[in-house]
Design a protein around this ligand. Structure first.
Ligand code: CTP
Ligand code: MG
Length: 233
């Protein structure tokens, strides 16, 4: 539920990456699936969850005003702000964090590339933070067998899969905890929860979803098109 009694929840959406693994073309967040950019799908999903009061997008450099117009048109009623992202994901997140209102107390960080994340995942994450967790990540079990390989291209070990989880977004945080993590642990990390772990704060998990997959490689676009068609039926 969008909040009136509690303080606002904002979602920060890093969308400034180039999408190099997807191959040549527009920045990934602006690539179209089902006739609309990935970023539109991502913001619409956040907004439709009803659990977010403001979306702050870190857009590819030079696209901020176009992206603001695009979102206003494609997601009616959305409260959105657009800032320019930067060369590394973490800096893009930091740029968006700087655009939050002072009274925001819960912050989600959600990759534009996880454009088809079901709204119930968003709600689960927000609820867990509102219930007292300083940081929350949605996870799914790892289905492949994972092996560690040495420099000699030989297998060193098979990792016990039962305790492994693949981590998705949106990741949810108490705003003060996330800001402290970004201030004190500027070293490169591939997600925001890792910065909070470095603070020694507990990171809780909730169920993610297969549909929250990250569009990364060309085959993911095929899956994304098929998923949209199946939702339309
Ligand atoms: N991102 C960002 N700023 C960057 C790099 C990434 O805002 N400098 C965003 C991407 O737009 C994406 C999310 O972070 O929504 C996750 O990153 P990833 O999937 O790696 O996207 P890209 O960096 O665009 O892809 P690639 O690594 O293949 O170039
Ligand atoms: Mg990247």
């Amino acid at each position: 539920v969008r909040t009136s009694r509690t303080l606002p929840t904002a979602a920060v959406v890093p969308a400034a990456g180039r999408g190099e693994r997807l191959g040549p073309g527009a920045p990934k967040a602006l690539r179209q699936v089902g006739g609309e950019p990935l970023l539109v799908h991502a913001v619409r999903g956040l907004w439709r969850s009803g659990a977010v009061d403001l979306v702050v997008v870190a857009a590819p450099p030079g696209t901020a005003s176009d992206v603001a117009n695009l979102l206003a048109e494609a997601v009616p009623g959305v409260e959105a702000r657009v800032v320019e992202g930067a060369a590394a994901r973490q800096q893009s997140v930091a740029a968006a964090l700087a655009a939050l209102d002072s009274d925001t107390d819960v912050v989600l960080v959600h990759d534009a590339a996880r454009a088809f994340t079901p709204p119930d995942v968003v709600r689960r994450v927000v609820q867990a933070v509102r219930a007292g967790a300083p940081a929350v990540v949605p996870v799914v079990p790892v289905t492949d067998t994972i092996k560690q390989v040495g420099d000699d291209d030989a297998v060193q070990a098979t990792v016990d899969r039962t305790r492994l989880r693949a981590v998705q977004t949106p990741q949810g945080f108490r705003r003060d905890v996330l800001e402290r993590a970004h201030r004190e642990h500027a070293a490169a990390a591939t997600d925001d929860a890792a910065l909070v772990e470095a603070l020694g704060e507990k990171v809780a998990v909730v169920d993610g979803s297969d549909e929250a997959f990250k569009v990364t490689r060309p085959l993911d676009l095929v899956l994304a098109e098929a998923l949209l068609r199946s939702r339309a039926d």
